[in-house]
Design a protein around this ligand. Structure first.
Ligand code: G3H
Ligand code: 13P
Ligand code: ZN
Length: 331
């Protein structure tokens, strides 16, 4: 058993309390490899933002769970050596079983999500409660989920979204003891969050504008569990600049649409304390790699294309923290 405290990590309790009071949201960036982790730590260190580095079960398999533990420990040491003092949480994203959550807690995670949203309500409560009991014994914080996001959630595909029912949240939070709750108000995973038919076209830019998030549901939830930390998944904006860069350099992303930044800014000032971003990072990295490959076809040193990709990701992270989430200078 390795405690996250020995790795220099923090749980999310204090981060969320401050985010709620300060009306901003903590960024939760997914990573699978060294370059992404370096970009997240340096981006958040330079913008002085608290950060949640998160790992899906797929990422844990990809990176190797033993290596991952040392990567997280190394990330904190790297930050401190560079003079960055921001708190860093290591979080399991979309954990689906008690065993996985337990294994992560035992290998140094400071926070876990148990996503029982695909189960029937009672089963979701039972599973979440079981994880909370084990996690809290180790001072690890737990995120639960109510409502189903459309799109791809790890290995599970939900074709249709089911908005969170506000009448369930109080009961769920009370019965499970979770520290935060992921909700479904119109976001979804991946780069194709909306069908073009659901969107209107901005006459000036030609950019597809999706239907607004259901802030009415969020407000109803806030009334029922005032001051409770809410999490927004599927919160990438799918910036046209990266989609265009990919398509101009041999890629093929058609009608990719994300969540407009002003809606995320609005969410960040509410009780949304954690905002999950994975796809935007993937797009920034892919765009930079494709550009290098197109500009310098003779290049074959991975550092020469992964380096610029890492730089682009760091830039994106600083911009998100400063302009969208409001987490910059809050560490
Ligand atoms: O919500 C899912 C995250 O974007 C992780 O994706 O399962 O492909 O690692 P992944
Ligand atoms: P995006 O696909 O919008 O980046 O969402 C990521 C996420 O919710 C990870 O849990
Ligand atoms: Zn998610």
């Amino acid at each position: 058993m390795v405690s996250y405290k020995d790795l220099g990590l923090s749980n999310t309790r204090d981060m969320f309390k401050k985010a709620m009071e300060g009306k901003y949201a903590i960024p939760a960036y997914n990573f699978n490899n060294m370059e992404q982790l370096q970009a997240i730590i340096n981006g958040c260190g330079k913008s002085k933002s608290p950060v949640i580095i998160q790992v899906s079960s797929g990422a844990r398999k990809y990176a190797n769970q033993t290596l991952l533990q040392y990567m997280a420990e190394g990330a904190v040491k790297m930050a401190r050596n560079a003079g960055y003092n921001m708190p860093v949480a290591l979080h399991l994203d979309h954990g689906d079983t008690f065993e996985l959550a337990k294994s992560c807690i035992e290998s140094g995670f400071s926070s876990v999500m148990i996503d029982g949203s695909h189960h029937a309500y009672e089963k979701n409560i039972e599973l979440t409660k079981q994880v909370v009991e084990y996690a809290h014994k180790n001072d690890v914080t737990v995120e639960g989920e109510l409502g189903v996001l459309a799109g791809i959630e790890d290995d599970v595909v939900a074709a249709k979204s089911v908005y969170t029912q506000p009448e369930q949240v109080e009961d769920f939070v009370k019965k499970t003891g979770v520290d935060s709750l992921a909700i479904s108000i119109g976001t979804s995973h991946g780069a194709y969050k909306f069908k073009p038919a659901q969107c209107t076209k901005d006459p000036k830019t030609g950019v597809l504008v999706p239907p607004p998030l259901r802030f009415d549901i969020l407000e109803e939830i806030e009334k029922r569990i005032p001051g409770f930390s809410i999490v927004l998944h599927g919160a990438s904006s799918v910036m046209p600049k990266y989609v265009d860069m990919i398509n101009q350099n041999g890629g093929k992303l058609e009608a990719a649409v994300g969540i407009p930044e002003e809606q995320l800014r609005r969410a960040a000032t509410s009780s949304v304390c954690k905002v999950n971003i994975d796809s935007d990072g993937r797009l920034a990295v892919t765009a930079a790699i494709r550009k290098t490959f197109a500009d310098k076809p003779a290049e074959f040193d991975p550092r020469k294309y992964l380096g610029p990709a890492r730089e682009e990701l760091e830039k994106l992270i600083i911009e998100k923290n400063e302009k969208v989430l409001g987490s910059a200078n809050k560490a």
